[in-house]
Each structure stands twice: as structure tokens, then as C-alpha cells.
Write a protein that binds this ligand. Structure first.
Ligand code: F0G
Length: 460
């Protein structure tokens, strides 16, 4: 391999203008949004790092395939093209299309989990957590101890704590565990990958205790890339081979294809069990659509079939990982720490460390996110006490989150090095005088999935 860094394996053919608001316009916009970035309009945002979900750019090959989309209600050609690609990648005998990941969560959990059961995970994503609770089951996170050191360079901080998992399965709660769900990569905890060794050990434990083992594989290709880079024994495997091996270890999967499907919409349930498949299929037909489209158009299915190939291209993955790594370095050079080591789909800023003058009850992560919008029109997502803390009835924080982080999610094939340099410069400006940043208080908040609809006001 040459030591000259390679550029991404694509060039840009279609562009979309982005807005630049004045500081006064930004202040008015965020105030009207109740200081919640989810309430901003996209035409008020200069660089949007809220999510890497459905926000990627499609390729000319995907758009050419979309023109071939077959919109037949049942048995569309596009379904078979997509199904064959997904079957080749995952190896599951039963595949069900859904319009996005959480639809798959709802269908699987309501077909598999009973009220009172426990779903154990390395870390549940927020909608996954909510969908487990909606069926009356308990989501339980058992992240590995290494995940708690934000600065260490441990390669697989996304792993589950195997000792805790074994103790849970063998202990008094063991009989209540209805599912073990491994999120790859671990989006809730710093975009950290899960090792193949960890997945193999989870498989062995689940077999021993006869508990279904599923993957929440929204970023299956990025996890595979990090395995190839970091785990001994996988250097000669392709990312696609590693992804397939991960799917083989599990009894089934949920995938939000809005990430590594390289499309705006889409999802997938993969299953081995015939009876579970029959239950999920009936639910799918009643609530999402017939089992050869599941709420997707033929054109979506065509884009997905091509996207599943493009996303495991080692040149694409190398370029994306290098982009994230360079972005991390620019941010650190400006004086802001990120969760180490940098993953692929997002960077997590350590707002608690940057803003020690703010207590968790003043929501430092949220304050940093608002300041990035006020100073540069940048949208991000808080992952701290506003999202994960416990509040009392008057919205006062009673137990804080373990960390006060801000996620900068990186849409696929969308922004260039200059956009990242711009974001890093805005952050460096904040880091020069962090004490000027004020905290926030909650004005109103819903009980479930608080962060999406909460409204806040600045303190002081
Ligand atoms: N699982 C994981 C790990 C996710 O990151 C997401 C979505 C889902 C499930 C749900 O999928 O959005 O297609 O319904 N994550 C997005 C994000 C929204 O910004 O991280 P969905």
C-alpha cells in the first residue's frame, strides 16, 4: 500500500445549496425552536450534523437503478433484486423489508418479547429502548468497562460486558431474558465498534442459555471496517466477508438501512426461525405493507440493492474513516476533546470537560450544541443529561448521565474537508472562551423520548 492518503472514490455531480444566516437570524431561529435543534428548519442550518440517518448522497448507479424500479403491489422485480443482495450479504433465509429501523424494532419485539421479559444489549439506541418498553419488556444495557474511559485507545469499546451478560443469564433474572441485541457499531456509546470475538462469545452464551441473539446492524459495514483495521486475524478479510460472518453468528438482525444502506429510507428484518418469521410477516402486512415491499417503493428497493454493494467497497470505507479521523484531529487541534478512538459515523465531543463551569443540571452538552448553532449555524445532537438523565416532575435533574457529550454525526458522501474545517474553526472559537457559555433549563418535556420534543430556555 502506498503511504499517500487516497481521496474518496467518487466525485460530485449534483450539488445542493446550503443556507448562511446572520447571527441575529440564528438567534431568532433557535429561540423560536425552543432551543431544541430538532425544531429547526433545515433552511436555517449551514452544516447539519444532527444525524447520519437517511442524510447520505446516492450514487449515479443507484439513481440509474431507481429508474428501473418496479412498483407492482406484490412480487415486484425490485424486491427480488434487493432480497437477493440482502440474502447474499446476511445469509438469513427469511428477510422482511420495512420502511425504517424502528418499524422493524416494533414488529420484532411485539412478535418475540413478552411483558416482563428483559432485552439485554451492549447499548440500546433510543428508539430501540422505547420499542422494548412499549411491549412491556425491560431494556438493559451492559456496556463493557472500557467504554467508560472516554480517552483510552481501546479498540473495541462497543463490546458488551461478557461477565455481566453471563451473570445475568445464569442469575435470578436469567429466565426473563427474552433477547440479546448487539448494536454494531455502538451508536449510543461513542460509535465504538464491537469485536468479532465479543460477538462469538455472545453467541456461545446465548446458545447455552437458549436465548435468541440478534444484531442491531445499522452500521454493519463500518463495524466490519473497524474489525478489519483493529482485530487480529481479520486483516486479509474483506469488509463484506466480515459483515457476513457477523450476521452468521446471530439468529437474526434488525437493520436501519438509512445508514449503511446508503439511501434516504429503508430497513430490514433478517430471521432464521420459521415460526417467528410467520408472526413478523403477518404483523408487517397488517402495519407496513405487503412482504415484497414493506412500506418501500420499488425505486427505494433498487437504490438499496446497489447501496448494499457500494457500502462495503474497501475504498469507500477507507475514505470515510479517514475523513472522520481528519475531522477529529482538526477538532482536537482547536482544543476540544472527542471520545477516543474516533469511530466512523460520528464524533462525540466531551462537553463536560470543555464546560466545567456548568453542572449537569445546566446541560453542558446542550449548551455547547446551541452555541455551535449560534456561532456557525451547525446542528448537532446532545448525548448527555438532557437525553439520558432522570428528571423529576418539575423537570429538575435527579440523576445525571455518565457523560455530557455532543454527537457530530457525519452524513455519507455529503460534506467536504472544507465543511469539516469550518465546523472545527467554530469549535476552536468556542474553546478560546468557554466561560461565556450559559446553561439551560427545561421549559416543557414529554415523558417518552424527551429529547425530540423538549423545549428549553437559557439561564441567567
Ligand atoms: N438502531 C440504531 C443503532 C440506530 O442508530 C437507529 C437510528 C435505529 C436503530 C433506528 O433506525 O431511524 O431507521 O428508525 N439512528 C439515527 C441516528 C436516527 O441519528 O443515530 P431508524
Amino acid at each position: 500500500m502506498s503511504t499517500i492518503p487516497l481521496p474518496p472514490p467518487y466525485r460530485i455531480k449534483v450539488v445542493e445549496p446550503i443556507p448562511f444566516l446572520t447571527p441575529v437570524q440564528r438567534r431568532e431561529a433557535i429561540e423560536a425552536a425552543g432551543y431544541n435543534p430538532f425544531n429547526l428548519r433545515s433552511d436555517q442550518i449551514t452544516v447539519d450534523l444532527l444525524s447520519d440517518s437517511g442524510t447520505g448522497a446516492t450514487s449515479s448507479a443507484q439513481e440509474a437503478a431507481a429508474a428501473q424500479g418496479d412498483e407492482s403491489y406484490a412480487g415486484a422485480r425490485s424486491w427480488f433484486r434487493f432480497r437477493d443482495e440482502a440474502a447474499d450479504l446476511t445469509g438469513y433465509p427469511h428477510l422482511l423489508p420495512v420502511h425504517q429501523g424502528r418499524a422493524g424494532e416494533r414488529i420484532l419485539f411485539s412478535s418475540l418479547l413478552q411483558p416482563g421479559q428483559i432485552c439485554v444489549s451492549n447499548t440500546h439506541f433510543d428508539t430501540t429502548h422505547a420499542n422494548v418498553e412499549i411491549v412491556g419488556a425491560e431494556p438493559r444495557d451492559l456496556p463493557c468497562a472500557e467504554a467508560l474511559d472516554l480517552d483510552s485507545q481501546e479498540p473495541f469499546k462497543g463490546n458488551i460486558d461478557l461477565v455481566a451478560l453471563a451473570e445475568t443469564l445464569a442469575g435470578p433474572d436469567g429466565a426473563r431474558v427474552g433477547l440479546v441485541l448487539m448494536t454494531i457499531t455502538n451508536n449510543g456509546l461513542g460509535a465504538q465498534p464491537v469485536s468479532m470475538a465479543n460477538l462469538e462469545a455472545v453467541q456461545a452464551l446465548c446458545r447455552r442459555y437458549r436465548v435468541p441473539f440478534f444484531l442491531d446492524a445499522a452500521r454493519f459495514a463500518e463495524n466490519a471496517w473497524l474489525v478489519q483495521q483493529r482485530e487480529a486475524g481479520y486483516q486479509d478479510w474483506t469488509p463484506r466477508q466480515i459483515a457476513t460472518r457477523a450476521f452468521q453468528l446471530a439468529d437474526g438482525c434488525l437493520i436501519s438501512l438509512k445508514k449503511d444502506g446508503l439511501t434516504g429510507i429503508g430497513g430490514l428484518i433478517g430471521l432464521r426461525d420459521d415460526a417467528l418469521f410467520a408472526r413478523c410477516e403477518a404483523n408487517l402486512i397488517a402495519t407496513e405493507g405487503f412482504s415484497t415491499y414493506g412500506g418501500l417503493s420499488g425505486r427505494d428497493l433498487e437504490r438499496l440493492a446497489v447501496g448494499l454493494r457500494e457500502v462495503v467497497d474497501p475504498l469507500y470505507l477507507a475514505g470515510r474513516a479517514a475523513q472522520t479521523a481528519r475531522f477529529a484531529q482538526m477538532i482536537k487541534d482547536g482544543g476540544v476533546d472527542v471520545v477516543e478512538p474516533a469511530g466512523v459515523h460520528a464524533l462525540y465531543l466531551n462537553a463536560g470537560r470543555l464546560l466545567p463551569h456548568l453542572t449537569p443540571a445546566e446541560f453542558p452538552g446542550h449548551s455547547l450544541g446551541c452555541q455551535m448553532y449560534l456561532d456557525g449555524g451547525i446542528r448537532s445532537a446532545e448525548l448527555g443529561s438532557l437525553y439520558l438523565g432522570t428528571l423529576d416532575e418539575s423537570h429538575r435533574l435527579t440523576s445525571p448521565a455518565p457523560f455530557e457529550l455532543v454527537r457530530l454525526a457525519i452524513p455519507r458522501r455529503v460534506y467536504t474537508e472544507e465543511h469539516f474545517a469550518y465546523v472545527a474553526a467554530v469549535l476552536a472559537g468556542i474553546a478560546k472562551d468557554p466561560e461565556r457559555i450559559r446553561g439551560y433549563r427545561i421549559v416543557s418535556a414529554p415523558a417518552l423520548l424527551r429529547h425530540f420534543k423538549v423545549r428549553l430556555a437559557p439561564l441567567g
